[in-house]
Design a protein around this ligand. Structure first.
Ligand SMILES: Nc1ncnc2c1ncn2[C@@H]1O[C@H](COP(=O)(O)OP(=O)(O)OP(=O)(O)O)[C@@H](O)[C@H]1O
Ligand SMILES: [Mg+2]
Length: 518
Protein backbone atom coordinates (compact mmCIF):
# COMPACT_ATOMS: atom_id res chain seq x y z
CA UNK A 1 0.00 0.00 0.00
CA UNK A 2 1.28 3.43 -0.87
CA UNK A 3 0.50 6.37 1.36
CA UNK A 4 -1.05 9.27 -0.51
CA UNK A 5 -1.93 12.71 0.77
CA UNK A 6 -4.49 14.65 -1.26
CA UNK A 7 -4.18 18.39 -0.69
CA UNK A 8 -7.04 20.57 -1.96
CA UNK A 9 -9.19 23.31 -0.47
CA UNK A 10 -12.17 22.00 -2.41
CA UNK A 11 -13.71 19.14 -0.48
CA UNK A 12 -15.57 17.73 -3.48
CA UNK A 13 -12.31 17.58 -5.41
CA UNK A 14 -10.52 15.80 -2.54
CA UNK A 15 -13.29 13.25 -2.42
CA UNK A 16 -13.23 12.58 -6.12
CA UNK A 17 -9.45 11.99 -6.13
CA UNK A 18 -9.76 9.90 -3.01
CA UNK A 19 -12.41 7.62 -4.44
CA UNK A 20 -10.50 7.30 -7.73
CA UNK A 21 -7.44 6.14 -5.83
CA UNK A 22 -9.22 3.92 -3.37
CA UNK A 23 -10.97 2.07 -6.17
CA UNK A 24 -7.61 0.63 -7.22
CA UNK A 25 -6.94 -0.74 -3.73
CA UNK A 26 -3.28 0.18 -4.02
CA UNK A 27 -3.38 3.35 -2.02
CA UNK A 28 -4.06 4.46 1.51
CA UNK A 29 -5.40 7.99 1.17
CA UNK A 30 -5.40 10.90 3.62
CA UNK A 31 -6.55 14.47 3.04
CA UNK A 32 -5.33 17.96 3.87
CA UNK A 33 -7.49 21.04 3.32
CA UNK A 34 -4.70 23.43 2.34
CA UNK A 35 -0.91 23.85 2.11
CA UNK A 36 -0.35 24.69 5.75
CA UNK A 37 -2.45 21.76 6.89
CA UNK A 38 -0.51 19.51 4.48
CA UNK A 39 2.84 20.58 5.96
CA UNK A 40 1.56 19.92 9.47
CA UNK A 41 0.57 16.41 8.44
CA UNK A 42 3.82 15.74 6.60
CA UNK A 43 5.87 16.91 9.58
CA UNK A 44 3.82 14.77 11.91
CA UNK A 45 4.19 11.63 9.81
CA UNK A 46 7.91 12.23 9.29
CA UNK A 47 8.48 12.49 13.04
CA UNK A 48 6.37 9.42 13.56
CA UNK A 49 8.69 7.57 11.16
CA UNK A 50 5.90 7.01 8.67
CA UNK A 51 5.88 8.76 5.37
CA UNK A 52 3.71 9.79 2.50
CA UNK A 53 4.91 8.28 -0.75
CA UNK A 54 2.93 10.59 -2.96
CA UNK A 55 1.34 13.99 -2.51
CA UNK A 56 -1.30 15.24 -4.90
CA UNK A 57 -1.27 18.97 -4.59
CA UNK A 58 -3.73 21.62 -5.75
CA UNK A 59 -2.25 24.95 -6.89
CA UNK A 60 -4.79 27.61 -5.86
CA UNK A 61 -5.30 27.38 -2.13
CA UNK A 62 -5.68 29.93 0.68
CA UNK A 63 -2.88 30.50 3.26
CA UNK A 64 -0.11 28.64 1.44
CA UNK A 65 -0.48 28.06 -2.29
CA UNK A 66 0.58 24.91 -4.10
CA UNK A 67 3.93 26.15 -5.39
CA UNK A 68 5.01 27.41 -1.96
CA UNK A 69 3.83 24.20 -0.35
CA UNK A 70 5.79 22.20 -2.93
CA UNK A 71 9.02 24.01 -2.02
CA UNK A 72 8.49 23.38 1.66
CA UNK A 73 7.66 19.70 1.08
CA UNK A 74 10.87 19.28 -0.88
CA UNK A 75 12.79 20.89 2.00
CA UNK A 76 11.31 18.39 4.43
CA UNK A 77 11.82 15.39 2.17
CA UNK A 78 13.12 15.69 -1.38
CA UNK A 79 12.18 12.04 -1.96
CA UNK A 80 8.41 12.50 -1.77
CA UNK A 81 6.74 12.33 -5.18
CA UNK A 82 4.57 15.39 -5.74
CA UNK A 83 1.97 15.58 -8.49
CA UNK A 84 0.39 18.99 -9.02
CA UNK A 85 -3.27 19.01 -9.95
CA UNK A 86 -5.16 22.12 -10.99
CA UNK A 87 -8.14 23.34 -12.92
CA UNK A 88 -6.38 26.48 -14.12
CA UNK A 89 -3.08 25.19 -15.42
CA UNK A 90 -0.83 27.76 -16.93
CA UNK A 91 2.32 26.48 -18.50
CA UNK A 92 4.45 28.93 -16.48
CA UNK A 93 3.19 27.45 -13.24
CA UNK A 94 3.60 23.92 -14.55
CA UNK A 95 7.17 24.57 -15.64
CA UNK A 96 8.00 26.22 -12.33
CA UNK A 97 6.48 23.33 -10.43
CA UNK A 98 8.48 20.76 -12.35
CA UNK A 99 11.62 22.84 -11.83
CA UNK A 100 10.91 22.94 -8.12
CA UNK A 101 10.77 19.19 -7.98
CA UNK A 102 7.18 18.24 -8.82
CA UNK A 103 7.14 15.04 -10.82
CA UNK A 104 4.36 16.10 -13.11
CA UNK A 105 1.55 18.57 -13.55
CA UNK A 106 -2.00 17.45 -14.26
CA UNK A 107 -5.02 19.37 -15.43
CA UNK A 108 -8.44 18.78 -13.90
CA UNK A 109 -10.66 17.08 -14.76
CA UNK A 110 -8.72 13.85 -14.81
CA UNK A 111 -10.17 10.34 -15.00
CA UNK A 112 -9.35 7.72 -12.36
CA UNK A 113 -7.48 5.63 -14.95
CA UNK A 114 -5.37 8.59 -16.00
CA UNK A 115 -4.57 9.44 -12.43
CA UNK A 116 -3.60 5.90 -11.50
CA UNK A 117 -1.61 5.48 -14.70
CA UNK A 118 0.35 8.66 -13.95
CA UNK A 119 0.98 7.62 -10.38
CA UNK A 120 2.29 4.25 -11.58
CA UNK A 121 4.62 6.02 -13.98
CA UNK A 122 5.77 8.43 -11.32
CA UNK A 123 6.62 5.54 -9.05
CA UNK A 124 8.54 3.68 -11.76
CA UNK A 125 10.52 6.79 -12.65
CA UNK A 126 11.11 7.62 -9.04
CA UNK A 127 12.37 4.15 -8.15
CA UNK A 128 14.59 4.18 -11.20
CA UNK A 129 16.22 7.42 -10.38
CA UNK A 130 16.46 7.04 -6.65
CA UNK A 131 18.05 3.60 -6.77
CA UNK A 132 20.90 4.55 -9.03
CA UNK A 133 23.73 2.10 -8.75
CA UNK A 134 27.39 2.75 -9.40
CA UNK A 135 27.48 3.16 -13.12
CA UNK A 136 29.18 0.84 -15.50
CA UNK A 137 30.07 1.69 -19.08
CA UNK A 138 27.28 1.74 -21.61
CA UNK A 139 27.81 -0.13 -24.84
CA UNK A 140 25.62 0.99 -27.68
CA UNK A 141 26.11 -2.13 -29.70
CA UNK A 142 29.02 -4.41 -30.40
CA UNK A 143 32.22 -2.57 -29.77
CA UNK A 144 30.68 0.89 -29.56
CA UNK A 145 30.76 2.53 -26.19
CA UNK A 146 29.35 5.84 -25.03
CA UNK A 147 32.27 7.86 -23.81
CA UNK A 148 32.17 9.93 -20.65
CA UNK A 149 34.02 9.90 -17.36
CA UNK A 150 32.56 13.09 -15.99
CA UNK A 151 29.92 12.93 -13.29
CA UNK A 152 27.29 14.36 -15.66
CA UNK A 153 27.78 11.46 -18.05
CA UNK A 154 27.95 8.91 -15.25
CA UNK A 155 24.46 10.02 -14.23
CA UNK A 156 23.30 9.59 -17.80
CA UNK A 157 24.77 6.07 -17.91
CA UNK A 158 22.93 5.16 -14.75
CA UNK A 159 19.63 6.26 -16.17
CA UNK A 160 20.31 4.43 -19.45
CA UNK A 161 20.95 1.19 -17.59
CA UNK A 162 17.76 1.57 -15.63
CA UNK A 163 15.69 2.60 -18.61
CA UNK A 164 16.88 -0.39 -20.56
CA UNK A 165 15.06 -2.58 -18.04
CA UNK A 166 11.63 -0.95 -18.35
CA UNK A 167 9.26 -0.08 -21.13
CA UNK A 168 8.39 3.53 -20.33
CA UNK A 169 8.68 6.21 -23.00
CA UNK A 170 11.86 8.28 -22.82
CA UNK A 171 12.43 11.88 -23.77
CA UNK A 172 16.05 12.74 -24.50
CA UNK A 173 16.87 16.44 -24.32
CA UNK A 174 20.12 18.00 -25.40
CA UNK A 175 21.71 20.41 -27.84
CA UNK A 176 22.69 19.40 -31.33
CA UNK A 177 25.42 16.79 -31.47
CA UNK A 178 25.35 15.85 -27.78
CA UNK A 179 24.63 12.20 -28.51
CA UNK A 180 20.84 11.93 -28.34
CA UNK A 181 20.57 9.29 -31.02
CA UNK A 182 23.48 7.35 -29.55
CA UNK A 183 21.76 7.28 -26.17
CA UNK A 184 18.48 6.17 -27.77
CA UNK A 185 20.31 3.30 -29.44
CA UNK A 186 22.04 2.42 -26.21
CA UNK A 187 18.69 2.11 -24.44
CA UNK A 188 17.33 -0.08 -27.22
CA UNK A 189 20.34 -2.36 -27.56
CA UNK A 190 20.56 -2.89 -23.82
CA UNK A 191 16.85 -3.66 -23.51
CA UNK A 192 14.87 -6.85 -23.97
CA UNK A 193 13.87 -5.44 -27.37
CA UNK A 194 17.43 -5.59 -28.68
CA UNK A 195 16.59 -8.33 -31.16
CA UNK A 196 13.76 -6.19 -32.51
CA UNK A 197 14.39 -3.26 -34.82
CA UNK A 198 15.59 0.19 -33.86
CA UNK A 199 13.73 2.43 -36.27
CA UNK A 200 14.58 6.12 -36.36
CA UNK A 201 12.36 8.72 -37.88
CA UNK A 202 13.43 12.32 -38.19
CA UNK A 203 10.31 14.39 -37.60
CA UNK A 204 11.87 17.54 -39.04
CA UNK A 205 12.68 15.90 -42.34
CA UNK A 206 9.27 14.57 -43.34
CA UNK A 207 6.85 16.78 -45.30
CA UNK A 208 3.70 17.31 -43.30
CA UNK A 209 1.42 15.66 -45.86
CA UNK A 210 3.43 12.45 -45.85
CA UNK A 211 3.85 12.20 -42.11
CA UNK A 212 0.85 10.07 -41.34
CA UNK A 213 1.58 7.59 -44.09
CA UNK A 214 5.23 7.41 -43.03
CA UNK A 215 4.28 6.49 -39.47
CA UNK A 216 1.15 4.45 -39.95
CA UNK A 217 1.41 3.28 -43.55
CA UNK A 218 -1.23 3.58 -46.25
CA UNK A 219 -3.47 1.49 -48.46
CA UNK A 220 -2.98 1.40 -52.20
CA UNK A 221 -4.69 4.39 -53.84
CA UNK A 222 -5.43 6.15 -50.58
CA UNK A 223 -3.97 9.38 -51.96
CA UNK A 224 -2.39 10.60 -55.17
CA UNK A 225 0.93 8.87 -55.53
CA UNK A 226 0.03 5.96 -53.23
CA UNK A 227 0.41 3.36 -55.94
CA UNK A 228 1.29 0.53 -53.58
CA UNK A 229 0.26 -0.45 -50.11
CA UNK A 230 2.91 0.68 -47.66
CA UNK A 231 3.78 -0.38 -44.16
CA UNK A 232 4.38 2.46 -41.72
CA UNK A 233 7.21 2.80 -39.26
CA UNK A 234 4.99 1.82 -36.33
CA UNK A 235 4.33 -1.53 -37.89
CA UNK A 236 7.87 -1.96 -39.13
CA UNK A 237 9.24 -1.36 -35.64
CA UNK A 238 6.80 -3.81 -34.03
CA UNK A 239 8.60 -5.58 -31.19
CA UNK A 240 11.37 -3.01 -31.26
CA UNK A 241 11.95 0.67 -30.60
CA UNK A 242 10.73 3.66 -32.57
CA UNK A 243 13.00 6.67 -32.22
CA UNK A 244 11.11 9.91 -32.84
CA UNK A 245 14.00 12.23 -33.49
CA UNK A 246 13.39 16.01 -33.39
CA UNK A 247 9.97 15.35 -31.90
CA UNK A 248 9.60 19.10 -31.29
CA UNK A 249 9.20 19.51 -35.06
CA UNK A 250 6.29 17.12 -35.32
CA UNK A 251 3.23 18.73 -36.96
CA UNK A 252 0.35 19.42 -34.57
CA UNK A 253 -2.04 16.96 -36.14
CA UNK A 254 0.53 14.21 -35.84
CA UNK A 255 1.09 15.04 -32.20
CA UNK A 256 -2.55 14.14 -31.55
CA UNK A 257 -2.24 10.90 -33.50
CA UNK A 258 0.96 9.84 -31.77
CA UNK A 259 -0.63 10.54 -28.42
CA UNK A 260 -3.41 8.16 -29.33
CA UNK A 261 -0.96 5.39 -30.23
CA UNK A 262 0.87 5.96 -26.98
CA UNK A 263 -2.37 5.63 -25.05
CA UNK A 264 -4.09 2.90 -26.97
CA UNK A 265 -1.24 1.10 -28.73
CA UNK A 266 -3.40 1.03 -31.86
CA UNK A 267 -3.30 2.93 -35.12
CA UNK A 268 -5.04 3.05 -38.47
CA UNK A 269 -3.15 3.21 -41.78
CA UNK A 270 -4.15 6.03 -44.13
CA UNK A 271 -7.13 5.02 -46.28
CA UNK A 272 -7.80 1.92 -44.23
CA UNK A 273 -10.53 1.00 -41.82
CA UNK A 274 -8.49 -1.65 -40.04
CA UNK A 275 -6.97 -0.86 -36.68
CA UNK A 276 -3.54 -2.33 -36.21
CA UNK A 277 -2.01 -2.95 -32.83
CA UNK A 278 1.62 -2.28 -32.32
CA UNK A 279 4.05 -3.17 -29.61
CA UNK A 280 6.62 -0.43 -29.93
CA UNK A 281 8.65 1.39 -27.36
CA UNK A 282 8.87 5.09 -28.02
CA UNK A 283 12.04 7.05 -27.43
CA UNK A 284 11.81 10.68 -28.45
CA UNK A 285 14.51 13.32 -28.67
CA UNK A 286 14.64 17.02 -29.22
CA UNK A 287 16.83 20.05 -28.84
CA UNK A 288 13.84 22.38 -28.93
CA UNK A 289 12.51 24.29 -25.89
CA UNK A 290 9.34 22.23 -25.52
CA UNK A 291 8.27 24.17 -22.41
CA UNK A 292 8.19 27.38 -24.43
CA UNK A 293 6.54 25.65 -27.35
CA UNK A 294 3.77 24.43 -25.06
CA UNK A 295 3.17 27.99 -23.95
CA UNK A 296 2.27 29.16 -27.42
CA UNK A 297 0.55 25.95 -28.35
CA UNK A 298 3.13 24.57 -30.76
CA UNK A 299 3.65 21.44 -28.70
CA UNK A 300 0.85 19.59 -26.96
CA UNK A 301 1.06 19.43 -23.21
CA UNK A 302 -0.59 16.02 -23.01
CA UNK A 303 1.94 14.55 -25.42
CA UNK A 304 4.76 16.15 -23.46
CA UNK A 305 3.64 14.56 -20.23
CA UNK A 306 3.23 11.20 -21.91
CA UNK A 307 6.73 11.30 -23.33
CA UNK A 308 8.41 12.96 -20.40
CA UNK A 309 8.00 10.01 -18.03
CA UNK A 310 11.74 9.80 -17.59
CA UNK A 311 13.67 12.66 -19.16
CA UNK A 312 17.38 12.45 -19.91
CA UNK A 313 19.34 15.66 -20.22
CA UNK A 314 22.57 15.38 -22.16
CA UNK A 315 25.22 17.88 -21.14
CA UNK A 316 26.96 20.17 -23.60
CA UNK A 317 30.52 19.22 -24.43
CA UNK A 318 31.62 22.62 -23.08
CA UNK A 319 30.27 21.59 -19.69
CA UNK A 320 32.23 18.39 -19.59
CA UNK A 321 35.56 19.29 -21.07
CA UNK A 322 37.24 16.68 -18.92
CA UNK A 323 35.88 14.16 -21.40
CA UNK A 324 37.49 15.93 -24.33
CA UNK A 325 40.79 14.04 -24.37
CA UNK A 326 39.25 10.62 -24.17
CA UNK A 327 36.77 11.51 -26.91
CA UNK A 328 39.61 12.78 -29.09
CA UNK A 329 41.51 9.52 -28.57
CA UNK A 330 38.47 7.50 -29.58
CA UNK A 331 38.02 9.51 -32.76
CA UNK A 332 41.74 9.32 -33.58
CA UNK A 333 41.49 5.55 -33.30
CA UNK A 334 38.37 5.51 -35.45
CA UNK A 335 39.82 7.67 -38.23
CA UNK A 336 43.12 5.80 -38.26
CA UNK A 337 41.09 2.82 -39.37
CA UNK A 338 38.83 4.76 -41.73
CA UNK A 339 41.64 6.71 -43.44
CA UNK A 340 44.28 4.04 -43.04
CA UNK A 341 46.66 6.35 -41.21
CA UNK A 342 48.85 6.02 -38.16
CA UNK A 343 48.26 9.26 -36.32
CA UNK A 344 49.45 9.05 -32.74
CA UNK A 345 47.29 11.81 -31.31
CA UNK A 346 46.98 15.54 -30.97
CA UNK A 347 49.88 17.89 -30.27
CA UNK A 348 49.99 19.77 -27.00
CA UNK A 349 49.25 23.06 -28.78
CA UNK A 350 46.34 21.67 -30.70
CA UNK A 351 44.90 20.10 -27.57
CA UNK A 352 45.12 23.40 -25.74
CA UNK A 353 43.20 25.07 -28.54
CA UNK A 354 40.60 22.29 -28.62
CA UNK A 355 40.11 22.56 -24.88
CA UNK A 356 39.63 26.26 -25.09
CA UNK A 357 37.08 26.15 -27.90
CA UNK A 358 33.37 26.40 -27.01
CA UNK A 359 32.06 23.45 -29.12
CA UNK A 360 28.62 24.77 -30.07
CA UNK A 361 28.17 21.67 -32.23
CA UNK A 362 29.26 19.39 -29.40
CA UNK A 363 30.56 15.88 -30.05
CA UNK A 364 29.46 15.81 -33.65
CA UNK A 365 31.54 18.93 -34.27
CA UNK A 366 34.51 17.45 -32.44
CA UNK A 367 34.28 14.33 -34.56
CA UNK A 368 34.17 16.44 -37.74
CA UNK A 369 37.13 18.55 -36.63
CA UNK A 370 39.24 15.47 -35.94
CA UNK A 371 38.34 14.01 -39.33
CA UNK A 372 39.13 17.32 -41.00
CA UNK A 373 42.51 17.33 -39.28
CA UNK A 374 43.14 13.74 -40.32
CA UNK A 375 42.70 14.64 -43.92
CA UNK A 376 44.97 17.66 -43.79
CA UNK A 377 47.63 16.30 -41.50
CA UNK A 378 50.66 14.87 -43.23
CA UNK A 379 52.68 14.23 -40.06
CA UNK A 380 51.95 11.67 -37.39
CA UNK A 381 50.52 14.09 -34.85
CA UNK A 382 47.62 16.46 -35.39
CA UNK A 383 49.11 19.94 -35.13
CA UNK A 384 47.60 23.38 -35.04
CA UNK A 385 48.01 23.80 -38.77
CA UNK A 386 45.50 21.00 -39.39
CA UNK A 387 42.75 22.48 -37.27
CA UNK A 388 40.00 24.43 -39.04
CA UNK A 389 40.69 28.12 -39.30
CA UNK A 390 37.34 28.88 -37.63
CA UNK A 391 38.45 27.18 -34.43
CA UNK A 392 41.81 28.94 -34.30
CA UNK A 393 40.03 32.22 -34.82
CA UNK A 394 37.37 31.49 -32.22
CA UNK A 395 39.91 30.78 -29.50
CA UNK A 396 41.94 33.84 -30.48
CA UNK A 397 45.00 32.38 -32.11
CA UNK A 398 46.43 35.73 -32.91
CA UNK A 399 48.09 35.71 -36.28
CA UNK A 400 49.23 39.31 -36.00
CA UNK A 401 51.10 38.76 -32.79
CA UNK A 402 52.40 35.47 -33.93
CA UNK A 403 53.77 36.98 -37.09
CA UNK A 404 55.38 39.83 -35.21
CA UNK A 405 56.91 37.42 -32.78
CA UNK A 406 58.21 35.21 -35.54
CA UNK A 407 59.60 38.19 -37.39
CA UNK A 408 61.51 39.34 -34.40
CA UNK A 409 62.77 35.81 -33.90
CA UNK A 410 63.73 35.60 -37.51
CA UNK A 411 65.52 38.95 -37.27
CA UNK A 412 67.55 37.75 -34.36
CA UNK A 413 68.24 34.50 -36.13
CA UNK A 414 69.35 36.39 -39.19
CA UNK A 415 71.75 38.41 -37.13
CA UNK A 416 73.24 35.23 -35.77
CA UNK A 417 73.38 33.87 -39.33
CA UNK A 418 71.10 30.97 -38.64
CA UNK A 419 68.18 31.97 -40.83
CA UNK A 420 66.61 29.35 -43.03
CA UNK A 421 67.63 29.34 -46.64
CA UNK A 422 64.85 29.84 -49.18
CA UNK A 423 65.12 26.21 -50.08
CA UNK A 424 64.74 25.08 -46.51
CA UNK A 425 61.78 27.33 -46.13
CA UNK A 426 60.05 25.92 -49.17
CA UNK A 427 60.40 22.46 -47.80
CA UNK A 428 58.67 23.62 -44.67
CA UNK A 429 55.74 24.58 -46.85
CA UNK A 430 54.83 27.50 -44.70
CA UNK A 431 52.52 25.48 -42.54
CA UNK A 432 54.40 23.23 -40.24
CA UNK A 433 53.86 23.89 -36.63
CA UNK A 434 56.22 23.10 -33.86
CA UNK A 435 54.04 20.70 -32.01
CA UNK A 436 56.20 20.70 -28.91
CA UNK A 437 56.07 24.39 -28.35
CA UNK A 438 54.12 25.49 -25.34
CA UNK A 439 50.99 27.48 -25.78
CA UNK A 440 50.50 30.54 -23.73
CA UNK A 441 46.84 30.79 -23.03
CA UNK A 442 47.12 33.15 -20.14
CA UNK A 443 47.78 36.79 -20.77
CA UNK A 444 45.36 39.65 -20.80
CA UNK A 445 44.23 39.36 -24.37
CA UNK A 446 43.86 35.59 -24.17
CA UNK A 447 45.83 35.23 -27.34
CA UNK A 448 47.55 32.03 -28.26
CA UNK A 449 51.04 32.12 -29.55
CA UNK A 450 52.04 29.63 -32.13
CA UNK A 451 55.03 29.05 -34.29
CA UNK A 452 54.61 28.58 -37.96
CA UNK A 453 56.78 28.73 -40.99
CA UNK A 454 56.94 32.17 -42.60
CA UNK A 455 58.09 33.63 -45.85
CA UNK A 456 61.62 34.91 -45.61
CA UNK A 457 61.00 37.57 -48.20
CA UNK A 458 59.15 40.63 -46.95
CA UNK A 459 60.12 39.53 -43.45
CA UNK A 460 58.98 42.74 -41.88
CA UNK A 461 55.82 43.16 -43.87
CA UNK A 462 52.79 41.64 -42.18
CA UNK A 463 50.65 41.52 -45.29
CA UNK A 464 53.35 39.82 -47.28
CA UNK A 465 53.71 37.21 -44.53
CA UNK A 466 50.00 36.66 -44.30
CA UNK A 467 49.65 36.28 -48.03
CA UNK A 468 52.48 33.81 -48.22
CA UNK A 469 50.86 31.80 -45.45
CA UNK A 470 47.53 31.81 -47.24
CA UNK A 471 49.06 30.83 -50.52
CA UNK A 472 50.98 27.91 -49.03
CA UNK A 473 47.95 26.79 -47.07
CA UNK A 474 45.77 26.75 -50.15
CA UNK A 475 48.38 24.86 -52.14
CA UNK A 476 48.67 22.28 -49.40
CA UNK A 477 44.91 21.89 -49.16
CA UNK A 478 44.58 21.60 -52.96
CA UNK A 479 47.27 18.94 -53.01
CA UNK A 480 45.44 17.02 -50.32
CA UNK A 481 42.18 17.14 -52.22
CA UNK A 482 43.71 16.52 -55.60
CA UNK A 483 42.87 19.95 -56.91
CA UNK A 484 39.14 19.58 -56.29
CA UNK A 485 37.71 22.98 -55.41
CA UNK A 486 34.52 21.90 -53.65
CA UNK A 487 36.27 19.36 -51.46
CA UNK A 488 39.06 21.77 -50.62
CA UNK A 489 36.63 24.52 -49.71
CA UNK A 490 34.60 22.15 -47.55
CA UNK A 491 37.38 20.48 -45.63
CA UNK A 492 39.68 23.45 -45.32
CA UNK A 493 36.73 25.46 -44.10
CA UNK A 494 37.06 28.25 -46.69
CA UNK A 495 33.96 29.56 -48.43
CA UNK A 496 34.17 28.45 -52.06
CA UNK A 497 34.00 32.01 -53.37
CA UNK A 498 36.88 33.09 -51.15
CA UNK A 499 38.89 30.07 -52.23
CA UNK A 500 38.38 30.85 -55.91
CA UNK A 501 39.27 34.49 -55.36
CA UNK A 502 42.48 33.57 -53.58
CA UNK A 503 43.41 30.97 -56.18
CA UNK A 504 43.16 33.68 -58.80
CA UNK A 505 44.96 36.23 -56.68
CA UNK A 506 47.96 33.98 -56.07
CA UNK A 507 48.01 32.62 -59.60
CA UNK A 508 47.57 29.08 -58.36
CA UNK A 509 46.56 26.49 -60.97
CA UNK A 510 44.33 24.03 -59.15
CA UNK A 511 44.53 21.46 -61.96
CA UNK A 512 48.24 21.08 -61.37
CA UNK A 513 47.45 19.34 -58.12
CA UNK A 514 45.02 16.89 -59.61
CA UNK A 515 47.44 13.99 -59.44
CA UNK A 516 50.12 15.17 -57.04
CA UNK A 517 50.66 13.36 -53.81
CA UNK A 518 51.45 15.17 -50.59
N1 LIG B 1 29.42 10.10 -25.46
C1 LIG B 1 29.77 9.82 -26.69
N2 LIG B 1 30.76 8.96 -26.91
C2 LIG B 1 31.16 8.68 -28.16
N3 LIG B 1 30.64 9.22 -29.27
C3 LIG B 1 29.64 10.08 -29.12
C4 LIG B 1 29.14 10.42 -27.82
N4 LIG B 1 28.14 11.29 -27.98
C5 LIG B 1 28.00 11.49 -29.29
N5 LIG B 1 28.89 10.76 -29.99
C6 LIG B 1 29.05 10.77 -31.45
O1 LIG B 1 28.78 12.10 -31.87
C7 LIG B 1 27.99 12.12 -33.04
C8 LIG B 1 26.70 12.87 -32.79
O2 LIG B 1 25.87 12.11 -31.92
P1 LIG B 1 24.29 11.98 -32.15
O3 LIG B 1 23.97 11.86 -33.59
O4 LIG B 1 23.81 10.92 -31.24
O5 LIG B 1 23.88 13.43 -31.60
P2 LIG B 1 22.47 14.16 -31.58
O6 LIG B 1 22.33 14.74 -30.24
O7 LIG B 1 21.43 13.20 -32.05
O8 LIG B 1 22.71 15.31 -32.59
P3 LIG B 1 21.63 16.17 -33.50
O9 LIG B 1 20.82 16.98 -32.54
O10 LIG B 1 22.52 17.00 -34.32
O11 LIG B 1 20.83 15.17 -34.24
C9 LIG B 1 27.77 10.67 -33.42
O12 LIG B 1 28.71 10.30 -34.40
C10 LIG B 1 28.00 9.92 -32.15
O13 LIG B 1 28.46 8.61 -32.40
MG1 LIG C 1 20.18 13.39 -33.75
Amino acid sequence: MLNVLVVDDDQAQRLSVRSALESSKKFKVEEAFDGTNALEKINATTTAGRQYDIIILDVDMPRLNGLETLKKIKEIDPGIIVLMLTAHATVEVAVQAVRDGAYNFLSKPITSEELIDLIDKAITAHTLISTLAVSSPVFVDEGRKIIGNTSQMQKVFNVIHKLAKVETPVLIRGASGTGKELVAKAIHFNSSRKDGKFVAINCSAIPENLFESELFGHEKGSFTGASERKIGKFQYADGGTLFLDEVGDMPQLMQVKILRVLQEKMFTPVGSNREISSNVRIIAATNRPLEEMMKDGRFREDLFYRLNVVPIYLPQLADRKDDLEVLINIFVKKFNTVHNKKIAGVSKDALTVLKKYGWPGNIRELENVIEHAFVLESGNTIGLGSLPEGILEAVGVNLVETMEQIQSQSESLKSSAQVLSDEEFDSENGLDVDSDSDLDLGGDDESIEINMGVATSGALDFNAQKEEFEKQFIIKALKTFKGRINQTALHANIPKKTLLRKIEKYGIVAKEYAETKN
